[in-house]
Design a protein around this ligand. Structure first.
Ligand SMILES: Nc1ncnc2c1ncn2[C@@H]1O[C@H](COP(=O)(O)OP(=O)(O)OP(=O)(O)O)[C@@H](O)[C@H]1O
Ligand SMILES: [Mg+2]
Length: 350
């Protein structure tokens, strides 16, 4: 059975002069070896929560337990350097006057020369920079600099890595490649991690567990699959899946919308709500004989390589979006019929 590497118990942090807590009663548990992807809009408290785990911020209430050590509770305070965590920031934060090797060795001051050399070479191998030890940070690309930062943080073999948007300064190609590599590197090293990102796809791809934050709260936490297929609220659904939302009226088990009626298992007392349909779950077919006032029309089409993204206008003038593979191409202006599997639809009551 996996041991627990991190437990947060009712953590609240209110900054001086602020009326709303930056982190509000957050509790979570992380298993050893797992990567937690922490996702949420700007200002929702992600960095503050990470800084509390790292020991750079004092919460007002709660407990932080890393491995078996209680590192924070109202009567205990373990400083950052004794918490056994490694940290990687968005801006690399390398020492410009030190070489790659010296940067990586920086966190290993207490080792003897032989084990230091060995460990530096091990982690540089791990991040595929074994031939870059003599270079200075300015002689490296952004992606390479971030690998050095990762190697430096991993060198002392921390129990827990804290990564605050480590990829957001990189361009998309490097970002996609490095996100896979970071996952592989952490998994290979067996290091647990918290990985903060704004990017829902990045969180789903890199993490074993995804936490979605909203205004200081942890709104939902679960596997990427669970968060994607069973978002607990409209906020999570919108943030994680970029789905369509349409007003719906209930009659028994049937929910009526302007694009069709859906039979849903979920039992709700409310008669009004919004249905959620993911963009990839809308299937488009040409509709030759729709009434003029009941038409769903393609207003725009964007080619995205692997797929097209269609903007559709519903009879009431609402805009919804569909993404489909590129095998069928429908021109702008076409009237379409939509087919949607009932199990692809979710309802959020009002
Ligand atoms: N040192 C501070 N003093 C006062 N308020 C702060 C401080 N640091 C952060 N805050 C506030 O706390 C809230 C949460 O900030 P935080 O940096 O944790 O958000 P975030 O989710 O990391 O955002 P982003 O995605 O933009 O990095 C914000 O409202 C912010 O203004
Ligand atoms: Mg932040």
């Amino acid at each position: 059975m996996q041991e627990e590497i991190l437990r947060l118990q009712n953590i609240t942090k209110l900054f001086a002069g602020s009326k709303i807590p930056a982190v509000n009663n957050v509790s979570l548990r992380l298993k050893e070896g797992d990567i937690l992807g922490l996702l949420g809009p700007s200002g929702c408290g992600k960095t503050t929560l990470l800084r509390i785990v790292g020991g750079f911020e004092y919460p007002q209430t709660g407990e932080v337990i890393i491995g078996k050590n209680k590192v924070y509770c109202p009567v205990t305070w373990i400083p950052p350097e004794k918490r056994d965590v490694g940290i990687v920031f968005q801006d690399y934060a390398l020492f410009p006057h030190l070489t790659v090797t010296e940067n990586v060795a920086f966190g290993l001051k207490n080792s003897n020369q032989i084990s230091l050399k060995q460990r530096v070479s091990e982690v540089l191998n791990l991040v595929k920079l074994e031939n870059f030890g003599k270079r200075y940070p300015y002689e490296l690309s952004g992606g390479q600099q971030q690998r050095v930062a990762l190697a430096r943080a991993l060198a002392p073999k921390p129990k827990l890595m804290l990564l605050d948007e480590p990829l957001s300064n990189l361009d998309i190609q490097v970002r996609l490649q490095l996100r896979e590599e970071i996952r592989d590197i952490l998994k290979f090293a067996g290091t647990s991690a918290i990985f903060i990102t704004h990017d829902q796809e990045e969180a789903l791809a890199i993490a074993d567990v995804v936490g979605v934050m909203r205004q200081g709260h942890l709104e939902q936490i679960g596997t990427p699959e669970l968060i994607y297929s069973h978002p607990i609220s409209r906020f999570v659904a919108e943030f994680v899946t970029q789905a369509n939302f349409l007003p719906a009226l209930r009659q028994g088990n049937l929910w009526q919308t302007e694009i069709g009626t859906f039979e849903l298992e979920e039992n709700h007392a409310q008669d009004r709500g919004e249905i959620m349909i993911r963009q990839e779950d809308l299937i488009l077919e040409v509709d030759g004989d729709a009434d003029a006032d009941a038409q769903i029309k393609i207003t725009r089409r964007h080619f995205l390589g692997r797929e097209y993204r269609y903007c559709l206008q519903t009879p009431s003038g609402r805009e919804i979006h569909a993404r489909t593979m590129t095998d069928i191409v429908l021109p702008e202006g076409t009237s379409v019929k939509l087919s949607i599997a009932d199990d692809a639809v979710r309802i959020f009551p009002e």
